[in-house]
Design a protein around this ligand. Structure first.
Ligand SMILES: NC(=O)c1ccc[n+]([C@@H]2O[C@H](COP(=O)([O-])OP(=O)(O)OC[C@H]3O[C@@H](n4cnc5c(N)ncnc54)[C@H](OP(=O)(O)O)[C@@H]3O)[C@@H](O)[C@H]2O)c1
Length: 305
């Protein structure tokens, strides 16, 4: 058994993970939704048993947080049943599984970083469906299943907050951004690196947290994006969550602790500002960034997690 298999390989994280693995010279099969629908248990089992990868990384997910409120069953099919299908196939093929999950499994009203073993209490349909996926993986793969929770992702391949701010900075004089939600802005490439390092280290199975360290509000992240763009950070105005009602409530505090990855010897991603500076040349090269502009509208985080 050799190589890696990545599901959801057309998504923001999946695409970077496939690139990272390819760059490392690894044998990697990236499967987009059209190649493998994780809700199709028979197809998942047949494919994984045929390929027999050493490691499967499940990046496939229903990630539309607000839509999940009105479509929880459909979200559960992908995030719960889909994860279960992948885990069951990995059990049959004796593949290691890294399943990607989210800070939204927590209640999100804490005051200190959530540890890997802290009680989960999702407040959204999305969070509940992601928790169901975690539980299936841990139940079916008690020795070889890894749940990697991440949060506040940005990267070149999907719609995300950093990209949105970059676009708005070029179009609007001001953006209004929430100042009462805290988290850890995290580059998809850094998560991909952590996933690779974790699978290689193969420590005890279970839950791991992979985010940048430090913490920021969406407002602070927007200010940092404006600063990196050479735009006036005063054009970012602080507002509150109450000004942006959304179908799914957003966590006020979504900071994760990384003790288990550290104990496994995996180098931490490091501070979110430093990580964003490292990512910046890659992000701007990909986006062909506009550096100046006008317009006026409020902005809010996509709030995806
Ligand atoms: N983005 C964040 O801020 C964030 C934060 C915390 C955790 N996460 C987690 O990180 C992981 C990756 O997220 P992402 O940001 O890369 O999301 P993404 O860009 O939405 O990628 C998810 C991918 O899964 C695919 N997919 C959906 N249903 C599928 C199915 N039934 N079978 C196979 N593939 C399916 C999607 O395909 P289509 O586009 O064709 O639907 C998409 O390519 C997810 O587990 C997510 O919960 C993300």
């Amino acid at each position: 058994m050799t190589g890696w298999l990545v599901t959801g390989a057309g998504g923001m994280l999946g695409r970077d993970l496939v690139d990272v693995l390819s760059g490392l010279g690894q044998d990697v099969t990236g499967l987009r939704r059209e190649d493998l629908d994780v809700t199709d248990a028979a197809a998942v089992r047949a494919l994984i048993l045929r390929v027999r990868p050493a490691v499967v990384v499940n990046c496939a997910a229903w990630t539309a947080v607000d839509d999940a409120e009105a479509h929880e069953d459909e979200a559960l099919l992908v995030n719960g049943r889909g994860a279960e299908n992948v885990a069951a196939a990995c059990a049959a093929s004796r593949s290691q599984l890294v399943h990607v999950s989210t800070d939204y499994v927590f209640r999100g009203d804490g005051f200190a970083p959530y540890a890997e073993y802290d009680c989960t209490a999702p407040r959204t349909a999305y969070g509940r469906t992601k928790l169901a996926g975690e539980q299936a993986v841990l139940r079916l793969l008690p020795e070889t299943g890894y749940v990697v929770r991440t949060a506040w992702l940005y990267g070149v391949h999907g719609s995300n907050f950093v990209r949105t701010m970059t676009g708005l900075a070029g179009r609007q004089p001001y953006v209004d951004v929430v100042v009462d939600q805290r988290g850890q802005p995290t580059w998809t490439v850094d998560v991909a690196d952590q996933i690779v390092a974790l699978a290689r280290a193969a420590p005890g199975a279970g839950v791991y947290h992979a985010t940048s360290s430090g913490e920021a509000t969406w407002y602070e992240l927007a200010v940092e994006v404006f600063r990196l763009l050479g735009a006036d950070p005063a054009r970012v105005r602080a507002t509150t969550t109450a000004a942006f009602p959304r179908p799914a409530p957003r966590p006020a505090y979504s900071v994760l602790g990384h003790d288990r990855l550290a104990a496994a010897g995996v180098k931490p991603i490091g501070d979110w500002r430093t990580a964003l500076s490292r990512a910046w040349p890659v992000l701007t090269a990909a986006a062909g960034t506009q550096r100046r502009g006008g317009g006026s509208r409020a902005a809010q985080p996509r709030g995806m997690s």
